[in-house]
Design a protein around this ligand. Structure first.
Ligand code: NAD
Length: 344
């Protein structure tokens, strides 16, 4: 029996359309070899490119598309920085659909330089609060204040998801905070994680200050399994984690809640590379793989993983960020070819 999913596709800005096109091509290849899987793509407009036409970076029509789909594959979007401009589209979607956890895996990949050979960790970042709550004020000229909101409810919710993930992995969870300085907000987060820990007695739980964690990620990243932290720390740590395993062109993230998921590369719209057919599409392709896992399509997800690993380990086709000179299209074609080969 066919399993049919409606997938919202938001190509985004800058290199977004190029890398998203590559991810959709790989998903199409997966469907060709897995006849029971049907993905109906519904394209929506979102991002900086919408502001002039619609006065917003997420038009209502796009919100309606998201509401009618099982999951969303999202390209990176340029964040408007002018005062009074709409907030980041990613942040708005995360809040609107209560996508409270941002899950960012980081592992050493075959044929790609990484700081250690055996890194395999996941950063679980709280996705709706902290400084990304989006309330910033200039209380008097030259004096700004930003609200950092942390609640026990949201902290427990993301902690539970992180512990469940740990149970399926090496059963080791590290809570990252800065409670020695931010005693109230990070105190709430840290205590929530340790209180949820009692529900998961098989998981060993540890804690680390965020500044120390930035060092340990470089010194001994192989020691970590699941890291759970607040929004801003998670954003920064996951870029660092991406860099120690080959760079941001390979890092994918899942934004998940209880009833919806949005999948995107960790990188941004990299405007200087836009339209040049040189961006690495693998982060977007691995985001598509995470989407298949979220939908329970593990076999299809595995196919993408095998295809990506094979192309990387062969080392013949790679974009500039991995030391090669292949184009986005070349990498997409190579991965599509491997999917068709492994799947037949
Ligand atoms: P960025 O990730 O877009 O680019 C930083 C640098 O990383 C690029 O100049 C490029 O050298 C490299 N890079 C990024 N993606 C790559 C890829 N796929 N292949 C090869 N190299 C790649 O970060 P930025 O310049 O800080 O941000 C640009 C815009 O994107 C900003 O408006 C920012 O707010 C936005 N952004 C959006 C998201 C999102 O939509 N989720 C995430 C991060 C940044």
């Amino acid at each position: 029996m066919q399993r049919i999913y409606k997938i919202a596709v938001l190509p985004g800005d800058g290199i977004g359309p190029e890398v998203t096109r590559a991810a959709v091509a790989v998903l199409d290849a997966v469907q060709r070899v897995n006849c029971d899987l049907r993905l109906n793509f519904i394209y929506g407009e979102a991002g900086y490119n919408c502001i002039e036409r619609y006065g917003t970076n997420i038009p209502q029509k796009t919100i309606d598309i998201l509401k009618g789909t099982h999951a969303c594959l999202k390209g990176p979007m340029t964040t408007p920085e002018e005062p009074g401009a709409p907030p980041s589209a990613a942040v708005t979607i995360r809040k609107m659909f209560n996508l409270y956890a941002n899950v960012r895996p980081c592992r050493s990949l075959p044929g790609v330089w990484s700081i250690k050979p055996n890194i395999d960790l996941v950063i679980v970042r709280e996705n709706t609060e902290c400084l990304y709550f989006g309330r910033e004020y200039e209380v008097s000229p030259g004096k700004g204040v930003a609200l950092r909101v942390v609640t026990r409810e949201a902290s427990e919710r993301v902690a539970r998801l992180a512990f469940k993930l740990s149970e399926k992995r090496r059963r080791y969870l590290t809570c990252v905070h800065k409670r020695n300085i931010l005693r109230i907000t990070d105190g709430i987060f840290r205590d929530a994680v340790f209180s949820v820990a009692k529900e998961f007695p098989s998981v060993r739980v540890d804690e680390e200050h965020v500044d120390a964690m930035t060092m340990r990620l470089i010194k001994e990243p192989e020691r970590f399994d699941v890291i759970v932290t607040t929004n801003l720390y998670g954003d920064i740590l996951s870029d660092e984690a991406a860099q120690i395993t080959g760079g941001i062109g390979l890092a994918a993230g899942a934004n998940v809640g209880d009833s919806y998921g949005m999948f995107e590369p960790v990188h941004g719209s990299a405007p200087k590379h836009a339209g040049k057919n040189r961006a690495n599409p693998i982060a977007a392709i691995l985001a598509a793989k995470m989407m298949l896992e979220y939908l329970g399509e593990y076999e299809a997800a595995k196919l993408i993983e095998m295809a990506v690993n094979k192309v990387l380990s062969e080392g013949k086709v790679k974009t500039y960020d991995l030391g090669g000179n292949s184009t986005t299209e070349d990498v997409k074609n190579a991965i599509v070819e491997k999917v068709l080969q492994f799947g037949s």
